[in-house]
Design a protein around this ligand. Structure first.
Ligand SMILES: Cc1cc2nc3c(=O)[nH]c(=O)nc-3n(C[C@H](O)[C@H](O)[C@H](O)COP(=O)(O)OP(=O)(O)OC[C@H]3O[C@@H](n4cnc5c(N)ncnc54)[C@H](O)[C@@H]3O)c2cc1C
Length: 379
């Protein structure tokens, strides 16, 4: 069987890797170059954490963590996953429910008094309740995608950059994927096209497209910023500061996430950016958004220089409830809507996409059909 994957972000790369590991003849086509800045998977950092309200996400993250470690153990390169632990802080109900989810996995966690937390992580101030879990940290996004692509190639995947897909034809037994450079034939197709998903799905022949259950996808331009740390000896866990307790919700209604990276301490708001199209976006950060992050840093992060903010932009593509959509219609599997939290799950999602595409079932996580809500079924 020959499978073509459209999209060389983290989800398409991980899908191609998983298919290649199973000995499938797989070709990945990506419109831009490796490490490009036009989608969602670039940059130096993403949070890896397992503390989720929904236990299926927690289980999926635990499985993904194993796969990130496997990737690092076979790569022989500098690890892409660095375990620094992670902190959730905010209202008691939020930290308690996440603690219960981590507890169900048997992984360690601590509920810590905020003053104790401030002694431990002196670059941060903490809200009313604090949950710490150790099996968490950060991923180097650019190196992670590059490593997955290298591992996929080692297993025989044909990865082609600078190959925009322009059309998809029904050629009877096969699909023909038309790129600027040539035509690739496929028995099965995976679309992992991020913010371009609807555009690519529209190219799919009607007989396959009719049964793809794609919800409305909203794409926004988000803008985290890097801040210079004031000292080199602060320890930085990855963190999520949840609204509902002492956080000023008139400014930060959706909460704040943050983590250390080689570019500084990155902090960001969740899904507050303007709706855009990938072709029409500005790449220019909104000054008001940057100002809100500076104010947050001034109030909550004594370990950074608040006026040192360097903003960057990145695309979120979200379903209405921010759960992912992974669905198959006929010969075509679509994986999209990974929102602001999809990176960490990518190797597990890649396995699931490969399962769905091949009609197999290997993932040791139950409840995914519910989690991926709109589809996740083979028709
Ligand atoms: C600011 C920000 C912070 C985030 N923080 C975190 C975090 O801390 N932790 C976490 O787990 N997740 C985080 N995420 C989410 C995560 O990064 C994304 O969910 C993930 O990268 C989505 O990957 P993707 O492969 O679906 O999309 P993309 O990376 O956008 O990949 C889609 C690819 O498809 C290609 N493509 C599209 N159309 C075509 C075509 N016609 N022909 C060929 N190729 C095509 C595109 O060029 C693109 O490379 C964050 C996201 C952002 C934006």
């Amino acid at each position: 069987m020959r499978v073509v994957v459209i999209g060389g972000g983290v989800v398409g790369a991980a899908s191609a890797w998983s298919l290649a590991l199973r000995g499938i003849d797989v070709t990945l086509v990506e419109q831009f170059g490796l490490g490009h800045r036009n989608g969602a998977s670039h940059g130096s950092s993403r949070i890896f954490r397992i503390a989720y309200d929904d236990h299926t996400y927690t289980e999926l993250a635990v499985h993904a963590g194993r796969l990130w470690c496997e990737l690092d153990s076979v790569s022989g390169e500098e690890p892409v996953l660095r375990c620094t632990g992670a902190v959730d802080h905010g209202p008691a109900a939020v930290t308690a429910s996440r603690a219960r989810s981590v507890e169900r996995t048997g992984r360690p966690f601590e509920l810590i008094d905020r003053r104790e937390a401030e002694k431990r992580w002196s670059g941060m101030r903490f809200d009313q309740t604090v949950l710490y879990h150790r099996d968490a940290g950060r991923l180097h996004a650019d190196r992670a995608v590059a490593s997955i692509i290298s591992r996929a190639r080692e297993r025989g995947a044909d990865v082609q950059h600078h190959r925009p897909v322009r059309a998809i034809h029904d050629a009877g037994a096969a699909l023909e994927i038309v790129t600027d450079v040539g035509v690739v034939r496929a028995d099965r197709l995976v679309i992992a096209a991020g913010a371009w998903t609807e555009q690519v799905v529209d190219m799919v022949p009607e007989s396959d497209r009719a049964t793809i259950d794609l919800p409305e996808l909203r794409t926004s331009q988000e803008q985290p910023a890097h801040f210079a740390p004031t000292a080199t000896d602060h320890d930085w866990p990855s963190f999520v500061h949840h609204p509902g307790a002492d956080l000023d919700e008139s400014h930060h209604a959706g909460g704040i996430y943050g983590l250390a990276s080689e570019d500084g301490i990155k902090i960001g708001e969740h899904a507050t950016g303007p709706e855009v199209t990938p072709a029409g976006r500005s790449f220019t950060p909104d000054p008001a958004g940057e100002q809100r992050l500076r104010e947050y840093a001034r109030q909550w992060l004594p370990g950074v220089e608040p006026d040192s903010a360097q903003s960057l932009t990145c695309l979120y593509t979200c379903t209405p409830d921010h759960d992912f959509v992974i669905d198959r219609g006929g010969r075509v599997t679509v994986a999209a809507g990974f929102s602001g939290h999809g990176f960490k799950f990518a190797p597990a999602v890649g396995e699931y996409v490969a399962d769905l595409t091949l009609g197999e079932s290997t993932l040791p996580v139950s409840g995914l059909a519910r989690l991926f809500g709109f589809g996740s079924r083979v028709r």
